[in-house]
Ligand binder design. Structure first.
Ligand code: UD1
Length: 419
């Protein structure tokens, strides 16, 4: 089983470029099939979730090429409208292909994503919205069999009871080629959704925001291919900033998007970091010799503090001066990294959605196992800050979302290798 071995407590110093956003590229890849044309996507991260999406594209009949972070997808000859179980299971967020497949052919057959490492992951909001648009959905033995009636999907008014990222994306993908106007209220407002809609508009979709919580989509007959550059990954940026904090480092992050990480910047300032944004897309972070603890961190839908950053930021608080409280409001099972951080000497107590972190002076190396993507990042951060050797297994999770993480950290002075 591959492991990452880290000799910790080495200061990180230097400059890195932040990768393209995982949560943008995945729905954009699904959106490409609606164009039934050629799309060229730049700044595409080389992560396993992207490779899993490419496998789905190839299964459906698309041709693809992926070189130097540019992904070219030709979807002119899509042959299928189903996704087999083994491809769905490889990446839980493959449910995002549902709305796209319906737009392409009016039919889709795929298995339910089921529970995952973050707890149960229902898709009731996706399905309720699609049903309102006239989609007939038969659910049986974990398989979704979907088809539109003869007149196809029709626009309607949909109000989401929670601003689900995936439901917002699936409904947008279904609505772009539906008959008439679809108005969705209480949408998720994540920057990755704006990136998806910018991409779709370039493909010929008619999409407008009405205020910041409502989207109006005028269905068009067809889309066409385009060229697009994916936005920067805000969670990767926060991960590297947290790694800077645990090692008292000085980092320059290039290719960031200031707007999208603005809810996280006060957290780092509260820790005692000095942060400067320069030349619009670059960020300099100077970290103190020991951070102050963050008093309270509540995960919330955007523009609140992102749930995906909870684990990395918890790691930096394990060695902070003081106590911090985390309240995880988005996913019910997102503290799996806590037991592993305890092995490194952290002092954390969890009660339901609350975790109380009492900062200790230092962590010490141990053998730990990652059990979800951002939890894996949290263990890397903790290992970088810990005295001695930390070895981390469960790297399949890490590789879902981080491109070349050990090469990047090595370039900053970390002693880290994959064996
Ligand atoms: C996306 C992100 C993930 C991030 C999450 C929240 C991608 C590929 N993944 O996941 O990294 O952590 O947003 O920012 O973009 N829910 C329902 N019913 C539904 C849909 C969701 O109850 O039909 C609940 C979920 O169980 C969860 C909450 O809503 O508790 C948030 O889920 P959602 O916003 O849909 O997250 P994802 O799209 O799965």
């Amino acid at each position: 089983m591959p492991e990452l071995v880290i000799e910790g407590a080495r200061r990180l110093d230097g400059e890195i470029k932040i990768q393209g956003a995982k949560n943008s590229i995945l729905p954009i890849i699904a959106a490409c099939i609606i164009s039934r044309d050629e799309c060229t996507i730049h700044n595409c991260p080389k992560i396993s979730d992207v490779y899993a999406s490419i496998k789905i594209l190839n299964y459906l009949g698309c041709t693809t090429s992926f070189e130097n972070n540019t992904l070219v997808i030709n979807s002119r000859n899509i042959l299928k409208n189903n996704i087999p179980d083994f491809l769905m299971r490889e990446m839980r967020s493959s449910i995002i292909f549902l709305g796209a497949l319906i737009s392409v052919s009016g039919q889709a057959k795929l298995c339910l994503p089921g529970g995952c490492e973050l707890g149960p992951r229902p898709i009731d909001l996706h399905l309720d919205g699609l049903r309102q648009m006239g989609l007939i959905i038969n659910e049986s033995h974990g398989i979704l069999n979907c088809e539109t009636c003869i007149s196809g999907l029709r626009g309607c008014n949909i109000s989401l009871s929670f601003p689900s990222v995936g439901a917002t994306e699936n409904l947008i993908l279904a609505a772009v080629c539906a008959h008439g106007e679809t108005i969705i209220t209480n949408i998720a407002k994540e920057p990755e959704i704006i990136d998806l809609t910018n991409f779709l508009i370039k493909c010929g979709a008619k999409i407008k925001y009405n205020g910041d919580s409502t989207i109006v989509i005028q269905g068009v007959k067809k889309l066409h291919g385009t060229e697009h550059t994916v936005i920067s990954d805000r969670i990767a940026a926060i991960t590297y900033m947290s790694a800077g904090v645990v090692t008292s480092g000085n980092l320059i992050l290039k290719n960031i998007s200031e707007d999208s990480i603005s809810s996280a910047i006060p957290i780092f300032e509260e820790s005692g970091c000095i942060i400067k944004i320069f030349d619009k897309n670059n960020l300099k972070i100077e970290c103190p010799s020991r951070p102050y603890s963050n008093r309270i961190i509540r995960t919330m839908p955007y523009p609140g503090f992102p749930t995906d950053a909870q684990a990395p930021v918890m790691s930096m608080n394990t060695i902070a001066d003081g106590t911090s409280m985390f309240i995880e409001n988005i996913f019910s099972n997102r503290y799996k990294h806590v037991d592993e951080l305890l092995r490194l000497g952290a002092d954390i107590k969890v009660e339901g959605k609350v975790a109380l972190v009492n900062g200790v002076k230092r962590l010490s190396g141990a053998k730990v196992c990652a059990r979800d993507l951002r939890g894996a990042a949290a263990l890397v951060i903790a290992g970088l800050g810990a005295e001695g050797t930390t070895s981390i297994t469960g790297l399949n999770y890490l590789d879902r979302g981080y491109e070349n993480i050990e090469t990047i950290l090595s370039s900053l002075g970390a002693k880290i290798k994959r064996i």
